[in-house]
Design a binder for this molecule. Structure first.
Ligand code: ZN
Length: 502
């Protein structure tokens, strides 16, 4: 009997923001996911879960490396990344020779010193295993693909859904691509075609009839063609400022780079055609509140995309509060991350009247703290269980948390920012979601699933922050120019082609 294929599995996965957010350090990985050696083998979820499942199913043997993932934030601290990378390479070196390597990556990670974390890691892994051992990586749909990534990976496959529901199956796709390469069923050839579109994620759902859903459908239709192994449509995370920034189409064929390049180009061209629909219409908080008050009932969802913890922002904006504290009808629910204010409310106790200086302390560049007096109506240790999205059933913590009632605003003050799959954070403190006139949702996409059944209206707010609904006001230093939406037309435009040949 042939010996089983030995496949190394590792992961360094987070999404970074270079315009704001909190530095990602080792504690952030430790709080989210940080496993090594045998502990990796029991991972069931996410891309790594899909990889392990498939390797087991196909009777391959898994060599576990480091698996580290953290909530989105600012850049990764360089020493933190250097340590994770060194540990992963040490485990890989100790396991050599291996037949193949699988890496679960994001594609939009940077450190305080490195613009292309995934390219850097793939290059280091390639240097260790040599040119002939296949290396396959999985990526988020918001990955920014670079020449370095394409050069050092044999295959890259990205999540197909936004809202994201498919990291596990993407892990399965990555593992199958690798195993088929190992058995000699095919030889992957990869090409990426990029478009200079820098837009927020808000109009880029893959569900329904939106512009990016059309792009994804075209990409996936190409997987039916003979010789095509995998296609991905990427809507690059635009709050990093790096060379080669942009989304587009990524195609892997069986040993036909020309076919891969041609199909990738078609995906990228469709995305360029759809660019205007990727830019959202926005209102100021005051305009949105006026418009919302004209709608009977509630809740009306105010989408404060600019302060999205899931995109790396701090979650500490109070930009909507002035418009919501003195409503002529109903009440509003507003989340704010502020460890000091949460501690002050806990110190005072439930039922107390307190004066707090709230917001803009973690990432002060986007606004000023506001001094408010209100009543502490409830307190909690911040533990909550996700009920939606791919983490359903998992527990997380906001740290010490309080609800402070200030006029018509009910403010959820948390110690940590947490990813919002649904409205678990509000429900954890029994906030009256259905009874609210307004709810501030600090995410560009998951609100649409959360409030689909009950929302009476939705408005995208133009507020300052690290993850704004439009990137037209940001100043990029390294990203390619010209780019949409600052330039709406580019004469003789053609997508930029990145090829995989080594
Ligand atoms: Zn994403």
């Amino acid at each position: 009997m042939e010996r089983p294929q030995r496949v190394a599995v590792g992961s360094i996965l987070t999404e970074c923001n270079q315009f704001g957010g909190k530095l990602i350090e080792r504690d952030e990985f430790a709080r989210s996911q940080l496993a090594r050696g045998e502990a990796v083998m029991s991972i069931e979820g996410g891309a790594v879960g899909g990889m392990l499942h498939t390797l087991k199913e196909q009777n391959a043997s898994t060599v576990p490396l480091v698996v580290a993932s953290a909530y989105p934030g600012g850049p990764i601290a360089q020493d933190c990344y250097a340590q994770l990378k060194a540990d992963l390479l040490e485990d890989l070196a100790a396991a050599l020779p291996v037949d193949g390597v699988l890496l679960a990556l994001h594609g939009a990670a940077v450190t305080t010193e490195i613009d292309d974390v995934e390219g850097d890691l793939l290059a280091a892994v390639r240097a260790l295993v040599g040119p002939d051992v296949p290396v396959v990586g999985t990526l988020d749909l918001h990955a920014n693909i670079t020449t370095q990534m394409i050069r050092h990976a044999d295959g890259l496959v990205a999540w197909e859904t936004y809202p994201h529901v498919d990291p596990f199956t993407t892990g399965v796709r990555g593992a199958r691509l690798l195993l088929g390469t190992l058995t000699g069923d095919y030889k992957p050839a990869m090409a990426m075609a990029k478009v200079p579109i820098l837009t927020s994620a808000i109009n880029a759902s893959t569900v329904g009839d939106g512009p990016f859903a059309d792009v994804m459908r075209l990409a996936k239709s190409f997987e039916e063609l003979p010789g095509v192994l995998s296609t991905s449509a990427l809507h690059a995370h635009a709050t990093i400022d790096v060379p080669e920034l942009g989304g587009g189409g990524l195609v892997i064929t069986d040993n036909d780079e020309k076919q891969a390049a041609g199909l990738a180009d078609r995906i990228a061209n469709l995305m360029w055609e759809k660019r205007f629909a990727l830019e959202p219409d926005t209102l100021t908080p005051e305009e949105a509140v006026e418009a919302g008050l004209k709608i009977p009932g509630g809740p009306v969802i105010l989408i404060e995309c600019a302060d999205c913890v899931g995109g790396g922002a701090a979650g500490d904006s109070v930009a909507t509060l002035p418009a919501l504290m003195d409503l002529r009808e109903g009440f509003a629910i507003v989340p704010v991350v502020d460890p000091e204010a949460a501690a002050l409310c806990h110190g005072a106790g439930a039922g107390s009247t307190v004066t707090v200086t709230l917001g803009h302390k973690i990432d002060p560049q986007w606004g000023s703290p506001q001094t408010l007096t209100g009543v502490v109506t409830s307190l909690s240790d911040g533990r909550f269980q996700y009920t939606g999205g791919i983490w359903a059933g998992e527990w997380a913590t906001m740290g010490p948390t309080a609800v402070l009632e200030c006029g018509s605003a009910q403010i959820l003050i948390t110690t940590y920012g947490t990813y919002e799959w649904r409205d678990e954070q509000f429900r954890a403190l029994d906030m009256d979601i259905a009874g609210a006139k307004f709810i501030v949702a600090k995410n560009p996409m998951n609100y649409s699933q959360t409030y689909r059944e009950i929302a009476k209206g939705e408005f995208v707010l133009d507020t300052p922050g690290a993850t704004p609904p439009t990137l037209r006001h940001f100043t990029y230093h390294k990203a390619p120019r010209p780019y949409f939406p600052v330039a709406t037309e580019i004469p003789n435009f053609t997508p930029m082609l990145l090829r995989g040949s080594r």
